[in-house]
Design a protein around this ligand. Structure first.
Ligand code: CDP
Ligand code: CDP
Length: 222
């Protein structure tokens, strides 16, 4: 229901949204929504079925019919664990393409809002504070320099055993930023009431501490 509190964490790729959202949710005992995963799953489902990512109606159908399950241990698409597969950069870039389509975003809207369950929800993405949960109690716009984000993504991919090239990542990330910010449908920008947090020189713990301090500051005193 709408009375359940939401913390929205939006920002560009690899700024640390997912990591911070999970830590904050853990501290509060709240649910998490990785909204980007829904766009990634839509892109992956299309790629598996050879549906072109710009075929609006077909892609929107796929988005509305996604058979997805989120578990502690993985993300399941049509019963298959795709937790690793959706993290590939090709799928992330595909996600950014399908995310530009209005009917695809509309198809995923209610599915995202359904994650709002007691005691609360920490939701990360691009439009959590602007479109999906405009009444979020706290809206954080998490940023970091392109160089810092490329290095983070590089380390993340290498750790998972994928191959990666820092310059390619930097180039792709800047292209993705541009596409996410310039699109007509739910472009990436901070909500009027968002607090901007630059984590370029912050550790994960420092970033989490700032979000928790802001959240506590929003609660009624006494
Ligand atoms: O992890 P990363 O920030 O790279 O991406 P993500 O959050 O998994 O999202 C993948 C793509 O989905 C982004 O580039 C966005 O274009 C799109 N997306 C979106 O449009 N709206 C959201 N709420 C979340 C993701
Ligand atoms: O969800 P998003 O794409 O915004 O980023 P992420 O996948 O949560 O974070 C990208 C990587 O940056 C992860 O490996 C984090 O551990 C790392 N990170 C970091 O090194 N320092 C921070 N202050 C935040 C995240």
């Amino acid at each position: 229901g709408a009375h359940v509190q939401v913390i929205a964490i939006d920002g560009p790729t690899a700024s640390g949204k997912g990591t911070i959202a999970h830590r904050v949710a853990q501290q509060l005992g709240w649910h998490v929504l990785d909204s980007g995963a829904l766009y990634r799953l839509t892109a992956l489902a299309c790629m598996q079925r050879n549906i072109p990512l710009d075929a609006v109606d077909q892609v929107a159908d796929i988005a509305s019919q996604l058979d997805v399950r989120f578990h502690e241990l993985g993300v399941y698409l049509d019963g298959q664990d795709v937790g690793e597969a959706i993290r590939q950069e090709a799928v992330g870039n595909g996600a950014s393409q399908v995310a530009a389509l209005g009917p695809v975003r509309a198809a995923l809207l209610e599915r995202q809002r359904a994650f709002r369950q007691p005691q609360g929800l920490v939701a990360d993405g691009r439009d959590m504070g602007t479109v999906v949960f405009p009444d979020a109690i706290l809206k954080v716009f998490l940023v970091a320099s392109a160089q810092a984000r490329a290095e983070r993504r590089y380390n993340q991919l290498i750790e998972k055993g994928f191959s990666a090239n820092l310059l390619t990542l930097l180039h792709d990330l800047e292209a993705r930023d541009a596409r996410d910010m310039q699109r007509v449908n739910a472009p990436l920008f901070p909500a009027d009431d968002a607090l901007v947090l630059d984590s370029s020189d912050l550790s994960i713990d420092q970033t989490v501490a700032q979000v928790m301090a802001w959240y506590k500051g929003k609660l009624p005193r006494g």
